[in-house]
Design a protein around this ligand. Structure first.
Ligand code: NAD
Ligand code: WQD
Length: 339
């Protein structure tokens, strides 16, 4: 019995594959390497001492996916494969709808035809938009996301909910807050292509001298120091939540399960707090300048993750500084590869 991990060589997928292998799961990865590199597979093997199956193809190719299902007894899927750049999604809406929805639907077709259950979906706190009250729990009303990327996440949730109801299957929608950090070994982490949009890769590259200065998008928000507040969750903690969510589905006696969990720390940190924490954790300087707000940004978002704690027996354990230390280690590893 094996679990399929789509996008298993990506940032969150690779960390989750490590946790699954360490927990004794047999893992089958499909990843077309559109946003990853082959050395990630080698590093997963070095870290775990185990070899996952790996198929490098585009999940939109249903006929190849069918062959994977023919070759392995798949008993569940963790579906990470997607395009994730919010800004790019506005410029390439059709490509985003195609990639994020077809990759999902192709796997669901196989699940439907073969009677397979246990599907974990990578959703996002973006489905809440700017919530009226903090912290955000799972009953907080959803808002139609502004970005095409966000809409693909909300559509993915709806497609899966309909799938579970119509065919009596078990699914889990995991709404990540802001995943950060790298593997403690320094051998896995986020691989930003080009100029990073997200805060932590930009901070890291600035500290490394690749970027001159961090642009802080706005210091006139209604927050303590005026910069926007997010809930930064350590990627290894996040990966562990996936294993718990999968086991919960697999151990359930119910035919139909629709789980929804917020995965965050429950604590908000401002952009300036993140910069200071990075500097302290790594004893480096991060030069920055204050700029205008970035279009589409919200003021504050942090999770109430009590439901995950109660039902998945999971909670985030790693401090902001600890996780920012791993990011620096990963940056050093990447620098050493390019020398
Ligand atoms: P990532 O880009 O690092 O990983 C995605 C992986 O999927 C990549 O390795 C890529 O090569 C692969 N992939 C993409 N399209 C594919 C296709 N058509 N066929 C085969 N492989 C394909 O992204 P990530 O940060 O690890 O995110 C994983 C999931 O979590 C995504 O669904 C993303 O939307 C979601 N998510 C991410 C964040 C975040 O901030 N990183 C937050 C919330 C939700
Ligand atoms: C965090 C904070 C920025 C870069 C995005 C997606 C969301 C989810 C996570 C996938 C904000 C500020 C950033 C910089 C800055 N992804 N910032 N200078 O915007 O919370 O969420 O990633 O589902 O859907 O929208 O994350 O890391 O981009 O920004 O000041 O160079 O850092 O303004 O306040 P965000 P982020």
């Amino acid at each position: 019995m094996a679990v399929l991990v789509t996008g298993g060589l990506g940032y969150i997928g690779s960390h989750t594959v490590v946790e699954l292998l360490n927990d004794g799961f047999e893992v089958v990865i499909v990843d077309d390497l559109s946003n990853s590199e082959r050395f990630i597979l080698k590093n997963i093997e070095e870290i775990t001492g185990k070899k996952p199956f790996f198929y490098p193809f585009d999940l939109r190719r249903r006929e190849l996916l069918t062959q994977v299902f023919d070759a392995h007894k798949i008993e569940g899927c963790l579906n990470f494969a997607a395009s994730k750049a919010v800004g790019e999604s506005q410029l390439k809406p059709v490509d985003y709808y195609e990639n994020n929805l077809f990759t999902l639907i192709n796997v669901l077709q196989e699940f439907k035809e073969r009677g397979i259950s246990n599907f974990i979906f990578s959703s996002s706190c973006t489905v809440y938009g700017q919530a009226e009250t903090m912290p955000i729990d799972e009953n907080t009303p959803l808002k139609l996301p502004e970005s095409v990327y966000g809409k693909t996440k909300q559509m993915g949730e709806e497609i899966l909910t309909d799938f579970a109801k119509a065919y009596n299957r078990r699914i889990s929608l995991l709404r990540y807050f802001n995943p950060i950090g790298a593997h403690p070994s320094g051998k896995l982490g986020e691989l930003p292509i080009g100029v990073p949009n997200n805060l932590i890769p930009y901070v890291t590259q600035t500290a490394a001298g690749i970027r001159e200065k961090l642009n802080i998008w706005g210091d006139d928000y209604d927050t303590e120091d005026g910069t926007a507040v997010r809930d930064y969750i350590y990627v290894v903690d996040l990966a562990k939540a996936h294993v718990s969510a999968l086991k919960k589905l697999m151990q359930s006696n119910e035919e139909t399960v629709i789980d929804i969990f917020n995965l965050g720390t429950g604590k908000g940190s401002s952009v300036l707090e993140v910069v200071k924490a990075f500097e302290t954790a790594n004893d480096v300087k991060v030069p920055y300048q204050i700029c205008e707000r970035r279009e589409g940004d919200i003021t504050v978002a942090y999770a109430n993750a009590d439901k995950a704690e109660k039902e998945l027996h999971w909670k985030s354990e790693t401090t902001l500084e600890e996780s920012l230390r791993t990011v620096w280690k990963w940056q050093m590893y990447l620098d050493a590869q390019t020398v």
